[in-house]
Structure formats: structure tokens, C-alpha cells
Design a protein around this ligand. Structure first.
Ligand SMILES: [Zn+2]
Length: 290
């Protein structure tokens, strides 16, 4: 099996290649880490490998009718849900998958369900998925993706084979910069609603929260540096850093730093997202003396 330039450790490639080349692949594979598009590319590659009619040396061949239909998104035995492309991964969609998976494939030997970006699945949807994974229909492959497997229930984690994609260091995305800027402005304002509103997108997205916390840490450090007469800006948000250093004392900025560091530790400990974000906002306002 060939993986092209996909960022996957050699060991993971060997394991997947061994399983797919022999046709004895796992019932459920989980791809974490990397970027959203890299996870999706690998998920599609595994789907191709499961339905490839293998013409030639390369596998998946990329040229047979199976591979071409996967690329065109029209293979009848491959279903895509989540990731902003297919139907959202709600409990009704999982139930549909459960029914559909019990029906034999149309043209390939296998059926594949791609469940993309599963981090927003409710517990109810995950429990419905668990029922399928407990008794997987023969010949069916589930490929799940998310930034981190930690967002799944442990009962599901025990029934999937996990593969971690390699991280590429990314520039902070436009959206992350914007969210951090909004939060930095809101932390200096009176009243709690502006900060809660700015932080709302983080409640159901721990990956985003993780990125925001790293950026806030840099931003509050920048604020401290500016207050101390320095001019280095590591956060990429010079205007906001200037505003923070103008409005908050050094000790307030240091307390904000500590608050963010504490939140980073809690995030590693798999805390509840909504509760964490609410607490973070309250603590940040307290630290800022607002
Ligand atoms: Zn093929």
C-alpha cells in the first residue's frame, strides 16, 4: 500500500499497509493529529484501499472504477458523514449508518463509513456508534478522524485502532488570531458578557481552545514585555498587546498568564469543555481585576 506524502510515521504506515494488503484490516480505524485535510486525505486513501479493484502494481491503484468513484465522491459503498461535508454526526445519522451497514455492499467487497471530525459528537451519538462498534457487521470499515482521540468516550477508544498523524508546525490560523484578539479586548471591558461571547466558539472545540490558550499565553507575555519597555511581539497581535499593556498592570498581566497556564493543564486532564471555558472567563476577569 502506498501513502504518498501523507504525514504518517513509518511504523503506522507499515501496520496499515500490512493490514490492507492482506485484506484483514481492522473494523474501526481512528486518525488523529495532523491537519484536518491530511486526516481526510488519509481517510479517503483507506477507503480507496478497501474498495480498490487493484489493477496494476500500485495499491490503491487510483485508476480502477472503485478508486475513481472514491475520488469523485460517488462510490455507492462509501458513506461520508461529518467534517462539514456529509450529514452532521448526530444520533439520527449514526442510526442510519447502523441500519445501512447491515446491508451488503453494492459493488465492492467492503463498505466504508468515513466519520470525519468526530470531536463534536454528543455522548448520545457516541453511544449509538458504540453499539455498532461492539458488533461490527462483517466486511465493514469505519474510519474516524478528529484532532485528538481524547474527545471520544473511553468505551469507543477501546474498540478502535488508533493512528496518529505527524504534526506540522502551523502558523496560527486567521480565525484563531481573531478569536484571541476578541478575547483580549473583552478581558479589559466591564461586565462578563463580552468575554463569554468571544469565548463561546471554544466550548465544543478543544483543539481550538488549545490553540487559543497557546496564543493568549504569547499575547499576555507580549503585554508584560511592552510594559517593561521592550518591543518584541511574539503573538502576532501587536495592537492587542499594546492595549493590554496600556490598561493592565504588570502584576495583572502575570496573573492572566498563570490563569492561562492553569487552563492548559486542565485541558490536558480532559476537563469538561463548557465548564472549562466558563471558569477560564471568570478567572481571567478576576485576574484582570474586572
Ligand atoms: Zn483501484
Amino acid at each position: 500500500m502506498e501513502f504518498g506524502g501523507l504525514p504518517l510515521a513509518q511504523e503506522a504506515k507499515n501496520t496499515l499497509a500490512g493490514a490492507f494488503d492482506s485484506g484483514r484490516f481492522p473494523h474501526a480505524v481512528f486518525l488523529e493529529g495532523g491537519t484536518k485535510s491530511a486526516r481526510k486525505d488519509l481517510a479517503c486513501l483507506l477507503a480507496s484501499a478497501a474498495v480498490c479493484r487493484r489493477e496494476g502494481e500500485k495499491f490503491p491503484c487510483g485508476v480502477c472504477s472503485g478508486c475513481i468513484k472514491v475520488r469523485a465522491g460517488s462510490h455507492p459503498d462509501i458513506s461520508v458523514s461529518g467534517g462539514g461535508e456529509g450529514p452532521a454526526l448526530r444520533v439520527d445519522e449514526i442510526r442510519r449508518i447502523r441500519q445501512d451497514a447491515s446491508v451488503k455492499p453494492n459493488e465492492a467487497e467492503h463498505k466504508v463509513y468515513l466519520l470525519l471530525e468526530t470531536q463534536d459528537m454528543t455522548d448520545q451519538a457516541q453511544n449509538a456508534l458504540l453499539k455498532i462498534l461492539e458488533e461490527p457487521p462483517p466486511g465493514v470499515l469505519f474510519v474516524l478522524t478528529a484532532p485528538s482521540v481524547s474527545q471520544l468516550l473511553p468505551t469507543i477508544r477501546s474498540r478502535i485502532q488508533l493512528f496518529r498523524m505527524e504534526e506540522k508546525t502551523e502558523e496560527p490560523e486567521e480565525e484563531i488570531l481573531h478569536l484571541a484578539a476578541q478575547m483580549a479586548k473583552a478581558v479589559c471591558l466591564p461586565g462578563e458578557s463580552a468575554l463569554l461571547y468571544a469565548a463561546a466558539p471554544l466550548i465544543r472545540d478543544k483543539e481550538k481552545l488549545r490553540k487559543i490558550l497557546s496564543l493568549l499565553l504569547l499575547l499576555f507575555r507580549d503585554g508584560c514585555t511592552l510594559r517593561a519597555g521592550g518591543n518584541v511581539c511574539l503573538s502576532g497581535l501587536p495592537e492587542e498587546a499594546g492595549e493590554l499593556s496600556g490598561k493592565l498592570t504588570r502584576s495583572r498581566l502575570l496573573r492572566l498568564l498563570e490563569t492561562v497556564e492553569k487552563a492548559q493543564k486542565e485541558l490536558e486532564g480532559n476537563a469538561n469543555g463548557a465548564l472549562m471555558v466558563t471558569c477560564l472567563c471568570a478567572r481571567m476577569r478576576e485576574a484582570a481585576g474586572r
